[in-house]
Design a protein around this ligand. Sequence first.
Ligand SMILES: [Zn+2]
Length: 88
Amino acid sequence: MAEPLDPLAYRVFVEHLKKFKDASPCPICQKRTWQVLGLEQAVGYFGGSPQLNAPAVPVVQVMCRVCYYMRSFAWMPILSEVPGVEDV
Ligand SMILES: [Zn+2]
């Protein structure tokens, strides 16, 4: 389950999205009704196979409000673009 973004992290994420001006439509239903769900840990893999204790990668989950399709944005690169913000 995604952890909701705190107000600062939410602002950082929304500012990142604004750089691209227009949200792309959902590839399933073609609507543009995205909802920011929050931070999630995506599990990484070594050598293409699942392993215990694999590294986790923080991502921001975004969900289509119509058909519930989900997308993920890598959080750390977004965070590193913000001067003076080292961790949110
Ligand atoms: Zn959709």
